[in-house]
Write a protein that binds this ligand. Sequence first.
Ligand SMILES: Nc1ncnc2c1ncn2[C@@H]1O[C@H](COP(=O)(O)OP(=O)(O)OP(=O)(O)O)[C@@H](O)[C@H]1O
Length: 242
Amino acid sequence: MKPTANSPAEVRLNNVSFSYGEAAFEFDVTFRPGRVTAVMGPSGSGKSTLLNLVAGFEMPASGRVLIGERDVTVDPPAARPVSMVFQENNLFAHLTVEQNVGLGRSPSLRLTDADRTAVAGALEHTGLGGKGRRLPRELSGGERQRVALARVLVRERPVLLLDEPFASLGPALREDMLELVAAMQEERGMTVLFVTHQPEDARRISHDMVFIEGGRVAATGAIGEFFGGGGPEAFRRYIGAS
Ligand SMILES: Nc1ncnc2c1ncn2[C@@H]1O[C@H](COP(=O)(O)OP(=O)(O)OP(=O)(O)O)[C@@H](O)[C@H]1O
């Protein structure tokens, strides 16, 4: 599979402030290019909000969002060099697997021969060969997430946002999916922001950690520092280690 045309891109939230009514967020953080960063923190701390600000589903009240050299602060989601996979509802129920993946190339599904070849390749790559004509309801939960990852492959964007994508899968399946993400990331050099509540998942594929608490980044560092017993107190409390 050919590498993405995009080189690894840094993701930066520069003094970003945002609020949902009473809930206020202040993010000033850099995600290193071509690395997987686990984004962890208590429920309601702002992890999904951070991803939504990067994806463009929410706009900062002040501050800037930068991806690579580009200031994307006011760009709509479709114009950002980003793919996103959620816990569920990543697929259109009335479209086949092939069409769902094809949307990564063309929102109107006007696909060239090259696009169709890319879709077929991505389906093979994600273990979905032969299932292209099925509808999402004819797949298992794990297969549906594979379809979402196949779409990421054909989109070829340098940044991948994962918001608890495997939370509803069993441990063995989760392990398979993590392996797939790690392989994709290595192959494409994507910058991955990985929201998870599972310490072992974070540890399995992440290089760095951004720990969020109360709408702010409470700590950052290499993943080993967090799990080596020397992590910040708030993080140890969160994972129940102290
Ligand atoms: N669309 C919204 N409208 C109003 N408030 C919201 C909205 N989305 C999130 N919030 C609030 O913002 C805060 C942060 O939510 P967010 O989803 O970012 O947390 P999270 O860290 O991802 O949590 P979890 O681990 O439970 O998914 C919460 O208090 C939440 O209730």
